[in-house]
Design a protein around this ligand. Structure first.
Ligand SMILES: Cc1cc2nc3c(=O)[nH]c(=O)nc-3n(C[C@H](O)[C@H](O)[C@H](O)COP(=O)(O)O)c2cc1C
Length: 212
């Protein structure tokens, strides 16, 4: 009888701890989700402004969005994502396209690719990656200036063959001992330029319509 009672007490205590524990976790989640979302939005806004600095537009980039579908052939996004427009005096001066390189060394590399009206790169930034520290992570501007080598490039400059890492006969440097990561990023940026070229009208002119 005593054993049954002590088992019941044990079970009740366990249930009580579990209830308190999960209550605490959901309380912390509720308290932090808004500040986390606000911090993520601020970080995103900063990245957008790195690509199109304030002088290049008079709208709020982060609020001027359009939807891009998941699994399209060129941007290869995992989920529906937002693109952004930069405008000056109402005219679209550039767009920022999200793109995912699915062939990084350690999985997806998520990028933002800024393209101006003439089809040239305004800037590229890595949003997230899991590449190896000291090797593939040099695609991140915090680690090296490599990503700036895309600035002002377009589909004519370099030529299509030039849109590859030097090891593959192209113009973009690879890192010592790490070719896979830059190869994936070069290919994703080129594809994003191709997307911008294919959808030029929707992106830059028919601004009321969804570019997807
Ligand atoms: C533990 C480990 C981590 C690696 N991480 C990366 C990486 O993040 N990015 C990368 O490009 N290569 C990485 N490499 C090297 C690649 O395996 C590959 O050798 C290199 O990218 C050259 O590729 P290539 O032969 O196609 O030119 C890593 C290798 C090892 C052993």
């Amino acid at each position: 009888m005593r054993t049954v009672i002590s088992s019941l007490v044990g079970a009740a205590l366990l249930a009580a701890f579990a209830a308190v524990g999960s209550g605490l976790i959901s309380g912390v989640y509720e308290q932090t989700k808004e500040p986390i979302a606000a911090a993520e939005r601020a970080a995103e806004a900063r990245q957008l402004l790195e690509i199109f600095p304030t002088a290049t537009h008079d709208n709020q980039l982060i609020d001027d969005t359009f939807a891009l579908p998941a699994d399209g052939p060129l941007l290869t996004l995992r989920e529906e994502s937002s693109g952004y427009r930069a405008r000056k005096d109402g005219d679209v001066t550039g767009v920022i396209l999200p793109a995912t390189a699915r062939d990084g060394y350690s999985g997806d590399i998520r990028l933002l690719v800024g393209v101006d009206r003439s089809g040239s790169i305004a800037g590229v930034r890595v949003l997230s990656h899991r590449e190896t520290p000291g090797l593939g992570d040099k695609v991140d501007l915090k680690k090296s200036p490599w990503i700036l080598s895309f600035d002002a490039k377009n589909l004519e400059n370099p030529t299509l063959e030039g849109w590859a890492v030097t090891k593959d006969g192209g113009e973009f440097d690879a890192f010592t001992g790490a070719t896979v990561t830059p190869r994936a990023v070069v290919s994703a940026v080129k594809s994003a330029l191709e997307y911008a070229q294919t959808h030029k009208q929707n992106l830059f002119e028919l601004v009321e319509e969804d570019a997807s």
